[in-house]
Ligand binder design. Structure first.
Ligand SMILES: NC(=O)c1ccc[n+]([C@@H]2O[C@H](COP(=O)([O-])OP(=O)(O)OC[C@H]3O[C@@H](n4cnc5c(N)ncnc54)[C@H](OP(=O)(O)O)[C@@H]3O)[C@@H](O)[C@H]2O)c1
Length: 360
């Protein structure tokens, strides 16, 4: 496979650190640029991150001494040195929108973890196993941007990555009418650890700004269709959510209730989950989990602490499937929010784009 030089914008942050860890040994992608704010620029990666390193594995040796660049001021030199960038920055939404478009217009594709462009109609928001066909919209986006190579592709919010994979094969075969999901979200989703957010020890906060809207609307774009150069959102199912912050370091859990157009049997649901494969599995992409959805028979699984790292944090764990008195069925899902839900999902999307020739 061809090799690509890549940059990480926001390399010093929580998601950026995950990218650095995942990409340091990647078989196709070589990290050439680490970039962040002017606060970090000019320092080595090790100095810039300092005590903020939040990964359980040490900082990759080969990145420690790399000088961090300013993702705004140094854009021209960054674009020269890489084939594409991953982007995960904590800035105002309109600033992120403008930043990502500037990189794309400078012919540098952007694989983004930020929410800024998720609802731009010609920007694909892709869960590689679910809607790889949405990459076709990139041609229309390039036309709008006036680029040959530059484009923006985004991944969805971490909250939906636990339950949308489990719902997807059911939706295709049996039609979903109603979904209710309560999410129990880890503190790393806010870029925090228990050291930096001690108030979360022995606590629960029943509000995450903007999260319920994302959790209800983003699945409809992922299930949308391409019409006249835009992705038009699906109209069903109707989705309602409540999103809570819980004292878990990593791993978002969702308690899901669902009703169908045509109610399947429990065996039919389990069979669809067991056999659900997408393009990442068919193309054998380096970050693809072998088995995307793992079903646990035990009543007390999945558990964040035990199951979030399944298949290097790229698989989705599901359990407790049973009939419900008000909906057809209910079950519980778990996914690793900074792996599958953030950096890992971004890397898998980039692998899919690379395999399909979008960076050439
Ligand atoms: N954490 C998750 O689980 C998760 C999941 C999905 C998506 N996301 C999204 O990913 C993005 C990053 O999240 P995070 O948790 O990694 O945030 P974070 O830990 O706060 O990191 C923020 C990064 O942005 C950089 N930055 C901040 N202000 C900047 C500025 N004015 N100019 C240039 N760079 C600036 C920081 O650089 P300095 O270190 O130099 O300040 C740092 O590298 C957010 O959009 C978030 O919504 C996060």
């Amino acid at each position: 496979m061809k090799q690509y030089n890549v940059g990480i914008l926001g390399a010093t942050g929580m998601v950026g650190q995950r990218f650095a860890t995942l990409l340091a040994e990647h078989p196709w992608f070589n990290v050439k640029v680490l970039a962040a704010s002017p606060r970090s620029a000019g320092k080595t990666y090790e100095e810039a991150v300092g005590s903020r390193w939040a990964m359980t594995v040490p900082m990759p040796e080969k990145l420690k001494g790399m000088i961090v660049r300013d993702l705004n001021a140094d854009m021209d030199s960054i674009v020269n040195d890489v084939d594409f960038v991953f982007c995960a920055v904590d800035m105002k939404k309109d600033e992120i929108k403008a930043l990502e478009e500037r990189y794309a217009k400078a012919e540098c594709p952007v694989i983004s973890n930020n929410s800024a462009h998720r609802f731009t109609p010609d920007v694909p928001m892709v869960v590689p196993e679910i809607n790889p066909q949405h990459l076709e919209i990139i041609e229309a986006q390039k036309k709008r941007l006036g680029t040959k190579k530059g484009f923006i592709a985004v991944k969805s919010n971490c909250s939906i990555q636990s339950y949308v994979p489990a719902l997807h094969p059911l939706r295709e075969k049996f039609g979903l009418t109603k979904v209710l999901a309560c999410t129990y979200q880890a503190i790393s989703g806010a870029g925090k650890t228990f050291e930096t957010w001690p108030e979360m020890v022995d606590n629960l906060i029943p509000f995450i700004g903007g999260e319920e809207e994302k959790s209800e609307q983003e699945p409809l774009k992922v299930w949308g269709t391409i019409e006249n150069g835009e992705i038009v959102k699906a109209t069903a199912p109707s989705i309602t959510t409540q999103c809570l912050r819980v004292p878990v370091s990593d791993g978002h859990t969702a308690a899901v209730f669902v009703s169908f157009e045509k109610k399947p049997t429990k065996e039919e649901i389990l069979d669809l989950w067991k056999n659900f494969k997408g393009e990442p599995q068919e193309l054998d992409l380096p970050s693809a989990p072998k088995q995307f959805i793992h079903y646990f028979e035990e009543d007390n699984r999945p558990q964040a602490n035990l199951d979030r790292n399944l298949e290097k944090g790229m698989a989705v764990s599901v359990g407790r499937l049973r009939e419900d008195t008000q909906y057809d069925y209910k079950f519980v899902c778990l996914s690793h929010n900074t792996l599958r839900g953030a950096a890992g999902g971004g890397v898998l999307l980039a692998e899919l784009l690379a395999a399909k020739g979008y960076f050439d």
